[in-house]
Design a protein around this ligand. Structure first.
Ligand SMILES: [Zn+2]
Length: 313
């Protein structure tokens, strides 16, 4: 079951990388477990050359190098290399936003899971910490110096405020990309990172909140589903809004994410949302938890490759 959707997601990711000529591809002396000495040397030289290019001052060069490392890795007859994945993971905190995004996408596209999964989880954790340090302020709303003029917050045209907003937008985009990445890496560490993230998201992060809950539902780990149910239970019922915005629809939205994501899970239908009273979520979860995986374990190269085969069939 896990392998099937995994393969499905992979097709989408794989198509973004061109294929490079594999080192040792047609060589009679290379095997599926080891490169011959000359090809080993050729690969080491290629990796060393790209590792040097990662230090380029030009972010476009660094981004192109990350893509080349991914191509080299995909073309390996031996399967993904932890060494190449480490080089790419080293660019997750690059100064440039586009390099960071490229790095996340490359790692998610079947680079070595022993490196990719913990590196992406850690990056998500750090991204959320950085976002927590940049709360929204009055300068983020309204136009000109109107409503916020004369208050502590600078007006929106203040270069500092503009820079802060740009940084925050980039962090939000990065967090979204990291959530997308972990959604296709079925591993208990992905589940843990997403579980830790969910309570940090409020209704004001609607897209991120929905996709994080969606990722947990898709991974189908029992503890992840339980956290989504908890989040629904904590959401207000029949909220009528406030001066800050319209009614809080988080509960109804996440309930729908859960219902859609579990259509083929074999569990009982998710209780309908009601603006009058909370459904008995404890009863539903207690009765249906057997349909969700107690453990996903660690994602292995073999499990990823099984996903490939399932996708080819
Ligand atoms: Zn060879």
């Amino acid at each position: 079951m896990v392998a099937t959707w995994f393969a499905h997601c992979w097709i989408v990711v794989a198509s973004s990388f061109a294929t490079a000529a594999p080192i040792g591809g047609d060589c009679a002396n290379c095997s599926l477990t080891a490169l011959c000495a000359p090809h080993q040397k050729e690969e080491a030289a290629a990796v060393a050359g790209l590792a040097a290019k990662l230090k380029s001052k030009d972010p476009f060069d660094r981004k192109a190098t990350v893509d080349k490392l991914a191509e080299l890795d995909h073309a390996r007859p031996l399967g993904p290399s932890a060494e190449i994945a480490k080089l790419v993971a080293g660019t997750l905190d690059d100064d440039n936003h586009l390099v960071r995004l490229g790095s996340v996408q490359a790692l998610a596209a079947k680079m070595h899971p022993d490196v990719a999964v913990p590196a992406l989880c850690n990056a998500l954790n750090l991204t959320m910490k950085a976002l927590a340090k940049m709360p929204y302020g009055r300068a983020d709303w309204g136009g000109g110096g109107g409503a916020g003029a004369g208050e502590d917050n600078p007006p929106p045209e203040d270069p500092k405020a503009i820079e802060k907003r740009k940084q925050r937008d980039e962090l939000n985009t990065l967090a979204q990309e990291l959530v997308n990445a972990l959604t296709i890496l079925p591993d208990d560490r992905s589940v843990t990172a997403l579980m830790e993230m969910l309570p940090q998201l409020s209704r004001w992060h609607e897209a991120l909140l929905t996709s994080t809950a969606g990722a947990l539902v898709k991974l189908r780990a029992r503890k992840g589903i339980e956290v989504v149910v908890q989040r629904i239970k904590l959401s207000p019922i029949g909220d009528s809004g406030s001066k800050w915005g319209g009614p809080d629809k988080t509960g109804a939205t996440l309930r729908d994410v859960l219902a859609r994501g579990l259509e083929d899970a074999g569990s009982e239908p998710v209780p309908p949302w009601s603006d009058e009273e909370a459904p008995d979520w404890e009863r539903w979860f207690a009765k249906n938890q057997k349909h969700f995986l107690a453990k996903l374990g660690k994602l292995t190269v073999e499990a990823m490759q099984m996903g490939d085969e399932a996708g080819a069939n």
